[in-house]
Design a protein around this ligand. Structure first.
Ligand code: ATP
Ligand code: MN
Length: 436
């Protein structure tokens, strides 16, 4: 199919075999090239793929030959020719070129093979053109789309919280402060509290927005700015909350494996791995998890939050995600409801991704009664003034409700089998980098 109003065809359509034997025009960027005497192979890429184009000196006019022999990697070009099948060419097709035009030759591209991680981050604006990141960004888009699709099919509304706020949702240590007309305000760490507001009007909602955390440590799974999916549901128990997480993860894994296996394969994730992801996921009580870790010789005490090492230990041999639930209330956020059946623990869960990836979701049932909330505000010595509006919600028609927060980049990192979270987002923001 040609683009509407365009004489050009997309490389993806050619690779799908739709133009074999036909004459076409394509345009894109030079992915690589090699020449031998009177023949130049220019591999051209567009958004959908790469196509080898064979330009013969006597197959094009003089200007065409001059253009084909003077372009650089990443020069913008267009060409015409006849599509033929060729098993030796990448993707199995080759274009026999009869017309070649350089749209923009530019300068020699600065990124070559074997460049350092820092250099590739400095030139991120250009490195995003690489096949690797192109595939990751497509994968990220599909994953986000499927998540939205899941919630729309379940009649959730998408809501938008403010980004500048006065209240710290996840504790003060990792707040980015902004000068708000002479007063201190903060970049949102989570839209959850606003999600709870919406859940008392629209009932089932989700937020997909950036969250900001001034994470002081360098890890392979923390960003200072990340995208946060936060569903919040009224009349919802923690049990229902965990079942929803399970269903959502299964849905997005299966969609991705069935509809875009080519992207998974290109980034080194076997689609079969994701087809294995099916609920119910194992559920392990936090205290049991601590015992298990201690038995394996890890130095963690009851009452400490798990870090990457502990989560990696719990999930390294797993094929599907694992729930860790019922955390001690002492180190959990003040709004998590205490479990009436297991005092001193809250109705909380983390969802840990397999193969050592670790936490991708944190969820809980929220305290919905005023007295209980005030007691926790007291215990945690929080300043009521910052939370008054949130406390108010418990004065008027408050009902049982639950929700969770999923880090989009954590999910992408696991599903696309990435080593580092920075590659799950186009422009990673970390402790020492806000450029480009
Ligand atoms: P962790 O213990 O892994 O630092 P957290 O418990 O502080 O995470 P939550 O406050 O529960 O995280 O946030 C919900 C979700 O947001 C997490 O499960 C994770 O997927 C994601 N997330 C949290 N912090 C970050 C971050 N700095 N960068 C990327 N994603 C994050
Ligand atoms: Mn968490």
């Amino acid at each position: 199919m040609k683009e509407k109003g365009s004489e050009y065809v997309k490389i993806g359509e050619i690779l799908a075999g739709k133009f074999t034997g036909k004459k076409v025009k394509i345009r894109g960027w030079v992915h690589r090239m090699r020449s031998s005497g009177g023949l130049v192979f220019v591999v051209i890429r567009d958004a959908a793929g790469v196509l080898q184009c064979a330009v013969k000196k006597d197959g094009v006019d003089e200007k065409g030959w001059k253009d084909a022999t003077s372009v650089f990697v990443e020069s913008a070009v267009e060409c015409s020719g006849t599509v033929k099948e060729d098993k030796r060419a990448p993707g199995g097709f080759e274009l026999g070129v009869d017309g070649f035009h350089a749209i923009f030759v530019g300068e020699a591209f600065p990124i070559a093979k074997d460049q350092s991680v820092e250099f590739l981050l400095d030139t991120r604006h250009l490195w995003l053109r690489s096949q690797k990141l192109t595939n990751v960004m497509k994968g990220r888009d599909y994953i986000t789309r499927y998540l939205r699709q899941f919630f729309f099919e379940h009649d959730f509304f998408e809501c938008t919280p403010p980004i500048i706020t006065r209240s710290a949702c996840e504790g003060g240590a990792t707040l980015f402060e902004v000068d708000y007309f002479g007063e201190a305000a903060y970049l949102s760490q989570s839209g959850q509290m606003y999600g709870e507001v919406f859940s008392f009007s629209l009932e089932n909602i989700f937020i997909l927005a950036p969250s900001f955390r001034a994470e002081p440590s360098r890890t392979i799974r923390h960003l200072a700015e990340y995208w946060h999916l936060e569903p919040e549901m009224a009349f919802y128990s923690q049990k229902m909350n965990m079942e929803l997480q399970e269903e959502m993860i299964e849905f997005v894994c299966h969609k991705m494996a069935k509809e875009h296996p080519e992207i998974l394969e290109a980034v080194g994730r076997d689609p079969k791995d994701l087809l294995l992801v099916k609920g119910p996921f194992p559920r392990i009580d936090y205290s049991k998890a601590i015992e298990k870790l201690q038995a394996k010789g890890l130095k963690i005490e009851y009452g400490q939050d798990m870090g990457a090492d502990e989560e990696a230990e719990l999930t390294k041999d797993a094929k599907i995600p694992i729930f860790v639930h019922n955390h001690p209330k002492a180190f959990k956020a003040f709004y998590m409801r205490e479990d009436p059946d297991k005092p001193d623990t809250v109705l909380s869960n983390d969802l840990l991704a397999p193969q050592g990836h670790g936490e991708i979701i944190g969820g809980s049932e929220r305290i919905w009664e005023l007295d209980e909330l005030m007691q926790r505000v007291d215990e945690q010595k929080l300043d009521v003034k910052d939370y008054q509006w949130y406390i108010d919600l418990r004065k008027y028609g408050s009902v049982q409700h639950s929700g969770f927060g999923l880090g989009i980049e954590r999910l992408v990192k696991w599903m696309l089998n990435l080593e580092h979270i920075r590659d799950a987002i186009p422009f990673p923001r970390t402790i020492n980098r806000a450029y480009p």
